[in-house]
Design a protein around this ligand. Sequence first.
Ligand SMILES: *Cc1c(COP(=O)(O)O)cnc(C)c1O
Length: 455
Amino acid sequence: MHLYCYQQQHVASAATLIAPLKYLPAPHLISDLMTMAGFYRENDQLCVDGLRLDAIADQFGTPLYVYSAAAITANYHAMTAVFSGKNRRIHYAMKANSNLAVLRLMQNLGAGVDIVSMGEFARAIAAGFAPEQMVFSGVGKTPDELRAAISAKIGQINAESQAEIDTIIALAKASGEQPAVALRINPDIQAGGHAKISTGSSDTKFGIPGHLARDIYIHMAESGVIRPAGLAVHIGSQIMDCTGFIAAWQYMRQCADDLVNDGYSVPCLDLGGGIGVDYMTGQTADLLAFGDAVNQVFGQSDYHLAIEPGRSMVAEAGCLITQVINVKTNEDKRFVVVDGAMNDLIRPTLYEAHHRIEPLAVHPSHDLPADIVGPVCETGDYLGLGRDLPALAANDLLAVMSAGAYGAVMRSNYNTRPMAAEVMVIDGTAHRISKPQQVSDLLAMDIIPASLDTI
Ligand SMILES: *Cc1c(COP(=O)(O)O)cnc(C)c1O
């Protein structure tokens, strides 16, 4: 299949085609950047990898997440084009989208996986990853989780405190295992697209303050039961330029060089994730610049390097399709009430995130502003505010774009709404990748104690 679309512009030379984007362009508007995958418009219809999205919505119902396997594949390949080699590993940060089908695809592509809970461990195993391919991150791993991670021989545990190191040492002694542990350091760098996804400054809960890292690393190395695996940073998410990365990596490299000079083994440096994607402008973080930044900081060194991209692997490879329930006007304001809501995609509510919203069918009509809101009983329940959209009526379909990361994984059943199902387009066919939930499934979770009826 050879589709032209702007989904995969990372490796293309002139990566700046269309900014700001109104609607996705027709394929012929895009020059021969490279083989494209993902979403595009053809004959005024929004399509994905050769299929019309309205046909997919008809078949599977709405609200519905639709992912393009080809676009995820292209994203992964774009990353390996700038970050690959004998001593370089990519661990997909699966919290961005942990559907088993997405994980299986990443596994088949050759990625490892970054997990943040033993629930994610179970998913990764179910998708076919081996424990050695996993990095276990997170600020609050419980002793039970650490015990399980150690006995499963997870590839690397990224520890975030002295207390966690002490727990790991005790568990390792008890088990006779020698876990590989890296220290996540907090380089005190501000970066990231929103305060709630910025993790690299000293006033966040993440990592070990730089000035303590050395002593804790030495403590760990001299414990005799931990294999010191190196250092890690992760400064935040939705980062669009490399300045923050470079500062954090230089900081980590200095810590590592000091330890190495003192005779300690620092085999691997984990550079984190956080690469930004296109939500609004038609531009994605420049992967070529990312690759250059890696080489600038680490070009002349023997460290093994690892990265943990989540969002940049899947965000633009997915959308949420939603159907208009009705259109109403309060005072001068137009509200388009749709069947997708904050429980399906919470990013607009939680992070004031902007997702482009596209009508599936574009009619020649005069665009007017509208708030696109869901049925949930909260004023914060919206998918987009003040968007210029054509006249819309009940049953029209809209796509909320770039919803493949931190979308479905944050779904909830608020207002007793069954979760949106997920579909993946693989080689021109749409496959269901999560079962539709029934209201009866939700009711079955609850228990009414019999003693309530004797009150
Ligand atoms: C969330 C997270 C990532 C992935 O971040 P993205 O912005 O999705 O690339 C990587 N590493 C750690 C430790 C994380 O918590």
